[in-house]
Design a protein around this ligand. Structure first.
Ligand SMILES: NC(=O)c1ccc[n+]([C@@H]2O[C@H](COP(=O)([O-])OP(=O)(O)OC[C@H]3O[C@@H](n4cnc5c(N)ncnc54)[C@H](OP(=O)(O)O)[C@@H]3O)[C@@H](O)[C@H]2O)c1
Length: 246
């Protein structure tokens, strides 16, 4: 596979990059900070000496002007990519987002509107060569309107709906869209938050996601137990949702 990863300098993206590099896939890293990208690329090469080099380019989800040129650089370096994996996103607590409307605007723009724009650039390039894989991290937070994640969760609900529609529209043309719905996973994003039951580790999530990619699944919960948890949450009546704090 020739994969472009947006957000692979940390957390679950980094774990996926390490797994793909270990099995010999060719990678190109996109992210916010050139020095971080350089370090991550060097780390992948050091762990897997068969990778002579891992290219990288700056791509800021707050700046759509960076999207096309970053994907073009990835395309040129890899000689045509066949997978794009987006783990990059913003997170802030509901309290922080309610207290700072500008932060809320930035978060919903990055996690929904600009992620859709980035995916549009990516899927056009993939479809132009007959298809490929588009893997994007949403969240269980987007499954149901919930008090503790009202704003962050709404951005993930939007991205989940977009990915579902992409799958419906372009699967027949060779585009394999995978919407990843993690539950709570211990990464920098959740540092300082109280871990609930079934909290996962990035390396386990990476194995689940890569297996789902290989099987051509359209949706994967990670850890997979969250599929059953969210089935129960989706069935709760509104009157119950108003009372509980989940
Ligand atoms: N951890 C969880 O419990 C959990 C649960 C459900 C869903 N998710 C989702 O899973 C994905 C991966 O999260 P993670 O837990 O692995 O967290 P993470 O390690 O914090 O990864 C998020 C990545 O997004 C990057 N990023 C932030 N703003 C960006 C921007 N404007 N442009 C480009 N990159 C940007 C960050 O780069 P910098 O480090 O340079 O800021 C970081 O590499 C996210 O989509 C998250 O919403 C996480």
């Amino acid at each position: 596979m020739k994969a472009v990863l947006l957000g692979a300098t940390t957390g679950m993206g980094r774990a996926i990059a390490r797994l793909l590099a270990a099995r010999g896939d060719q990678l190109f890293l996109l992210g916010l900070d050139d020095a971080d990208l350089d370090r991550s690329a060097a780390d992948l090469c050091a762990r897997h000496p068969s990778h002579a080099s891992v290219g990288h380019a700056v791509c800021d989800l707050e700046d759509p002007d960076t999207f096309a040129s970053a994907l073009d650089r990835a395309d040129a370096a890899l000689g045509g990519f066949d997978a794009v994996i987006v783990t990059a996103a913003m997170y802030a607590t509901q309290d922080a987002l309610e207290a700072d409307t500008e932060l809320a605007r930035r978060l919903v723009t990055v996690n929904y509107a600009n992620t859709v724009v980035f995916c549009e650039h990516a899927r056009k390039r993939l479809l132009a060569r007959g298809g490929g894989k588009l893997v994007v991290f949403s969240s269980v937070a987007g499954e149901r309107g919930r008090k503790p994640v009202a704003i962050y969760g709404s951005s993930k609900a939007g991205i989940s709906a977009y990915l579902e529609a992409l799958d419906h529209k372009f699967h027949g043309q060779g585009l394999e869209v995978l919407c990843v719905k993690p539950g709570f996973v211990r990464t920098g994003m959740t540092a300082g938050l109280k871990a609930p039951p079934f909290a996962g580790e990035p390396e386990d999530v990476a194995r689940t996601v890569v297996a789902a990619m290989d099987r051509g699944e359209a949706v994967v919960y990670a850890p997979r137990v969250w599929s059953a948890v969210m089935l129960a949450i989706r069935s709760l009546p509104r009157a119950v949702m108003r009372r509980i704090n989940f």
